[in-house]
Design a protein around this ligand. Structure first.
Ligand code: ZN
Length: 109
């Protein structure tokens, strides 16, 4: 479960930015192709933030749709699963978005 190490780095980054102020909420953007499971990350965040200024903070996760671009037919399309196939059947697809794992903003008290 690599979500625990991700949660830990996230918490370290937020602690660094907030310098001891109580954190009410953390906003993230996680693409569906990032390999990170939002529910698992929420659980790990709760566990790893206990005893820090982030304890009890709300974790809001925005999950944008993944998009691909087909080099074969030039179509841009929404990717709905891990199979990176264009509707035309080509597998020569560039991932345009969907691999994001971003800390968007932090709400402090
Ligand atoms: Zn195509």
């Amino acid at each position: 479960m690599h979500e625990l190490s991700i949660a830990q780095s996230l918490i370290d980054a937020v602690l660094d930015k907030t310098a001891g102020r109580a954190v009410m909420g953390v906003n993230l953007r996680i693409g569906p192709l990032s390999g990170v499971l939002p529910d698992a990350l929420r659980f790990c965040f709760d566990v790893a933030s206990a005893g820090t200024t982030l304890a009890g903070a709300r974790l809001l996760i925005d999950e944008p749709q993944a998009r691909g671009h087909c080099r074969e037919c030039g179509t841009d399309f929404a990717m709905t699963d891990m199979f990176l196939l264009c509707p035309c059947g080509s597998a020569d697809v560039a991932v345009v978005s969907g691999r994001e794992l971003n800390l968007v903003s932090v709400e402090v008290a």
